[in-house]
Design a protein around this ligand. Structure first.
Ligand code: SAM
Length: 264
């Protein structure tokens, strides 16, 4: 019996109906699948029933040995590739994989936000279906006006169609986590790369959002005052008809892009 290790964020998904719901949410294409943290392989098994090829990254060597045994046929047929390493070591600054892929995973929660941001940045990644802490799923899928609308929501909304598919209770896992979980789906737009001139442009937009939401309860114009001249801000707010008393969560993603472009 393999014991779950806290340090690797191991909470194994045991609920058959939730596993089925994740598989049903997958895009209907032949794109290969990347799974981060296959654990005991319950989701991997379902993925292999549905897809031609899966590449899985697992940090825990004990689990890796277990998976090599469990999936010896699929590994032999090269339908499954198992990379026994830390995903963060593998990902670096470039694409995680050499060809287009869909990311489907029950993510280790301690690095979930970081991994979603990397997948959003990765041009080979076409879509993301991930189980995460509900709070994280909400942050990425909130819409303008929601109190939880944040820089992460705007980024996700600019690059993809973002949906919180369903909640998953702690009782569906072994051992149960202390939080409620949710499945988040981000389907990248075909032409999203046109939105940014370069990686530098995207990085600058991220810094702009960070400044905009630095103090979420303060008015937006005050937050942006930390990085842009006040007179310039007043002029652009007037130009784009943005009320000066707007708080960061009240401005739409489209207006954030216009404001960023005009202030550059
Ligand atoms: N997919 C399995 C499931 O649904 O039952 C396990 C999910 S569990 C929440 C997270 C998995 O990610 C564990 O197998 C853990 O060992 C693995 N993991 C944690 N940190 C990792 C890292 N840095 N790189 C790769 N795998 C990691």
């Amino acid at each position: 019996m393999i014991k779950a290790k806290k340090k690797f964020g191991q909470n194994f998904l045991k609920d058959e109906s939730i596993l089925q719901k994740i598989i049903q949410a997958m895009p209907n294409d032949n794109t290969m699948v990347v799974e981060i943290g296959p654990g005991l392989g319950d989701l991997t098994e379902k993925l292999l029933q549905r897809c031609e090829r899966v590449t899985a990254f697992e940090i825990d060597l004990e689990l890796c040995n277990y998976l090599k045994d469990k999936f010896s046929d699929e590994l032999g047929q090269k339908r499954l590739e198992l990379v026994c390493d830390d995903i963060l070591e593998q990902w670096g600054e470039t694409s995680l994989y050499s060809e287009k892929y869909n990311l489907i995973a029950n993510l280790p929660y301690y690095i979930a936000t970081n991994l979603i941001l990397k997948a959003l940045d990765d041009k080979k990644c076409q879509s993301i279906i991930v189980m995460v802490q509900k709070e994280v799923a909400v942050k990425f899928s909130s819409t303008v006006g929601d109190k939880t609308y944040s820089g992460l929501s705007i980024l996700a909304d600019s690059i993809s169609e973002a949906e919180l598919l369903f909640d998953v209770g702690a009782e569906c896992f072994d051992p149960p986590p202390k939080v409620t979980s949710a499945v988040l789906k981000l389907t990248k737009f075909k032409n999203y790369e046109d939105l940014f001139e370069s990686q530098k442009d995207l990085d600058q937009f991220k810094s702009f959002l960070k400044a905009a939401f630095a103090a979420p309860r303060k008015v937006l114009i005050k937050n942006l005052g930390q990085i842009v001249q006040k007179e310039e801000l007043i002029r652009e707010f007037e130009n784009l008809e943005i009320p000066v008393n707007f708080r960061p969560h009240q401005l739409s993603s489209e207006k954030y892009h216009l404001l960023f472009k005009n202030l550059k």
